[in-house]
Design a protein around this ligand. Structure first.
Ligand SMILES: [Zn+2]
Length: 144
């Protein structure tokens, strides 16, 4: 549903997700930017996973919190993410960067709900990354 709160959002406790993102942000390794980020996700099985950002002296190798979240998802058995909150430890949402939108699309799809804060309805990932590249594109392009 566009324009309103998606019906899937009704079962998501966004306060819990934001609090988990805030808590894990404290563990971030962010000596260069100082931006300590946490991401928390709810899986289709009801599991709550979280991760923090891990910077690197060669900045391009830094890992966003969402990268860690996807790694935690896969290493804990896989499945799909249904809701994600990203904060910098202050309870306010941070928007996933372009790379992380692509990562989240692979493991949550266009209906993954992304926190927009307590004042706004969550957004569908499909709104944040329209026309995403995905596994189905390989099939469309493979020679017959
Ligand atoms: Zn990112």
């Amino acid at each position: 549903m566009r324009g309103g709160i998606p019906s899937e959002a009704a079962g998501v406790d966004w306060d819990v997700l934001r609090a988990a993102a805030d808590a894990i942000a404290a563990r971030a390794y962010a000596p260069y930017s100082g931006l300590r980020v946490g991401a928390a996700g709810l899986t289709e099985r009801g599991e709550l996973l979280s991760a923090c950002n891990v910077e690197n002296a060669s900045f391009g190798l830094s890992l966003c919190a969402e990268c860690g979240l996807v790694s935690a998802l896969v290493s804990s058995g896989g499945g799909r993410l249904v809701a994600v909150a990203v904060t910098a430890g202050d309870g306010r949402p941070l928007s996933p960067c372009g790379r992380c939108r692509q990562l989240l699309a692979e493991h949550g799809g266009p209906d993954l709900l992304v926190d927009a804060g307590p004042q706004l309805p969550p957004r569908r990932l499909g709104e944040l990354l329209p026309l995403a590249f995905g596994a189905e594109d390989f099939a469309r392009r493979s020679p017959s």
